[in-house]
Design a protein around this ligand. Structure first.
Ligand code: SF4
Length: 301
């Protein structure tokens, strides 16, 4: 992908995040201790369950010293309802090491963080990125899925490839924390494992998997719709498809690639056989002032 395309992708996702991003308590702080606690909690527990527990845990143990000083039993009790209690024990051990060996300061170095109990590569990168705003890639299950689909049109074969590709996609300058949070939210809300909603995705124009998913979502919709009566002479005519193009563009804010539009308006659309027909249809609509075409994408004027 060209630098220009990366920049476009960053802009699209970050602006989507501004309006759609989830408001989570650990996103409202850059206190490394609180981010450490949240990341350990999020390792194996859903976000919705972590929210309440995070707030009460931080209330009970407001800093690394209060956590290190507490008994393990107290921490496990406070951990109730979260499951995987070993995380609470590891968190306690980590807090004690940080107080004893690092003057109570959460380490900034990835290598130091991964040597602490219960902290793996993902958690260490998340702490470094979210708390210290350092430019390192973060790859969790959502980020791995989104970047895999955008970059390759499918999931990554190996973790190594996922981390290497995540580094390529990292914004150059600032906002890498927002970038990762945005990817996580997109993976949780739009680019879900089973039913990605590509039609509502800010990355649709840059995504290698979008055509595949849009086409299969569209076919599913058609197969589950009750049959509608349409005048056979009208259905399939150019006038019919002109109406379908306008109807499709009316429902979206962003422009759309011509081939993607073809898939949405024509059930058996094939780029090989229908491309010229669609180009002509679009050119006529452009000539009529009904739509705009720029660099292979179309939109309402
Ligand atoms: S366009 Fe579809 S597959 Fe691609 S990132 Fe968006 S939701 Fe996922």
């Amino acid at each position: 992908m060209s630098t220009q395309n990366y920049t476009y992708l960053h802009k699209k996702l970050l602006s989507w995040y501004k309006t759609h991003g989830r408001q989570l308590p650990w996103r409202e702080t850059d206190d490394p201790y609180k981010i450490l606690v949240s990341e350990i909690m999020l390792q194996q527990t859903q976000v919705s369950r972590v929210i309440d527990k995070y707030n009460s845990f931080i209330h009970r143990f407001p800093d690394i010293y209060s956590l290190a000083k507490a008994s393990t039993g107290k921490i496990i009790r406070e951990w109730s309802g979260m499951g995987y209690n070993k995380r609470a024990v590891n968190l306690h051990k980590t807090a004690k090491i940080i107080v004893q060996n690092h003057n109570g300061e959460i380490p900034k170095l990835l290598e130091t963080l991964v040597s602490l109990p219960g902290i793996g590569r993902y958690t260490a990168s998340a702490i470094v990125n979210f708390a210290f705003r350092l430019r390192v890639p973060v790859v969790d299950i959502n980020i791995k899925r989104v970047i895999g689909r955008v970059d390759q049109g499918s999931l990554f074969d190996t973790d190594k490839l996922a981390w290497e590709t995540a580094l390529k996609y990292l914004p150059e300058k600032t906002k890498t924390a927002d970038w990762h949070q945005a990817l996580m939210d997109l993976g949780a809300m739009v680019c879900t494992a089973k039913k990605p909603r590509c039609e509502s995705c800010p990355l649709v124009l840059n995504c290698s998997a979008s055509i595949k998913f849009i086409s299969s979502n569209h076919l599913n919709k058609i197969n589950t719709k009750s049959p509608q009566k349409t005048n056979p002479a009208f259905a399939g005519s150019n006038r019919y498809y002109r109406g379908k193009v306008i109807e499709e563009l009316r429902g979206r804010i962003n422009s759309i690639k011509i081939d993607q539009l073809g898939i949405l308006i024509k059930q058996d659309y094939s780029p090989n056989t229908d491309k010229i027909w669609l180009e002509n249809l679009i050119n006529r609509l452009v000539k009529d002032g009904l739509i705009e075409k720029k660099k292979g994408v179309v939109s309402l004027p």
